[in-house]
Design a protein around this ligand. Structure first.
Ligand code: ZN
Length: 221
C-alpha cells in the first residue's frame, strides 16, 4: 500500500515521535508499505511521521558508490524515473545495495562535518545546498524482530540517515542552516510554504471532525 505523504505545515512533522512498542506482522507490513511509498515518491528515505504516524521508525536506501553520480540529490532522486517502473526496476536503476528499516534509533554523530544538499518528500520541489551535517554516524536501533542492531555510515548515506533521524525529532533540514540562510530560505519560499500550511490545516480539521463523528453516539442502538 502506498501512503499519502504529509506536507510541511502538518504539526506531526514538528513533534517528537514516540517509540515503537509492538513488534510483529503489523510492523512488518508497515515497513513494507513505507518502502513502497518511498520508491513511489522517488525518495531515498521516508520516516513514519511523513505518513502521519508519530512513531520512531524510518526506512532508507543505500546506493552504490556515487562519487561521479549526481542523479541522487538530497532526499529525493533528482530526475524522477518513470512512474511505471516497479520498485525492483528502481532498485536496479538507482544502484540500491541495501534497504534499511530502522526502529527506535539513537544516533551518535562524528565531530567532523560535511556539507550537502537536502531535499524532503514533505517539501516537494524545494532543496537547499550546503546543509551542515556530521560526516559519519553510528545508529543503534532495533530491527523488525526487536533485535538490537548497529549501523555505521559516512558521507552521503550518513547525510540521509541524519535527515531521516531528524524527522523523529520534529526537525526539518532548514533548521540546520545558519540563521541568515534559514531566513532567506523561508522568505524565498513563503508562498509555497503558506499554501502547504493552509492545506495541512484543512486536512487536520477534516481529521478532527472525522474523529468527532466517530466519537458521537450513532443514534441507533
Ligand atoms: Zn524529509
Amino acid at each position: 500500500m502506498i501512503y499519502p505523504i504529509v506536507l510541511y505545515g502538518d504539526p506531526i512533522l514538528r513533534r517528537r515521535a514516540g517509540p515503537v512498542k509492538e513488534f510483529g506482522p503489523e510492523l512488518a507490513t508497515l515497513a513494507k508499505d513505507m518502502v513502497e511509498t518511498m520508491y513511489a515518491a522517488d525518495g531515498v528515505g521516508l520516516a513514519a511521521p511523513q505518513i502521519g504516524l508519530p512513531l520512531r521508525m524510518f526506512v532508507a536506501i543505500e546506493v552504490a558508490d556515487r562519487e561521479d553520480d549526481e542523479s541522487l540529490e538530497g532526499q529525493v532522486i533528482d530526475e524522477p524515473t518513470d512512474d511505471e517502473l516497479t520498485p525492483e526496476q528502481k532498485r536496479r536503476a538507482w544502484g540500491v545495495v541495501a534497504e534499511h528499516v530502522i526502529v527506535n534509533p539513537t544516533i551518535t554523530l562524528s565531530d567532523d562535518k560535511q556539507f550537502g544538499r537536502d531535499g524532503c518528500l514533505s517539501l516537494p520541489g524545494l532543496s537547499v545546498e550546503d546543509v551542515p551535517r556530521a560526516q559519519s554516524v553510528v545508529l543503534e536501533y532495533q530491527d523488525l524482530n526487536g533485535e538490537p542492531r548497529q549501523l555505521k555510515a559516512d558521507g552521503y548515506f550518513a547525510h540521509v540517515l541524519q535527515h531521516e533521524y531528524d524527522h523523529l525529532e520534529g526537525v526539518l533540514y532548514f533548521d540546520h542552516l545558519p540563521a541568515d540562510r534559514r531566513e532567506s530560505f523561508l522568505a524565498e519560499n513563503r508562498s509555497t510554504l503558506a499554501a502547504w500550511q493552509r492545506e495541512a490545516r484543512a486536512l487536520a480539521k477534516e481529521r478532527a471532525s472525522a474523529r468527532a463523528v466517530r466519537a458521537a453516539p450513532s443514534g441507533r442502538s
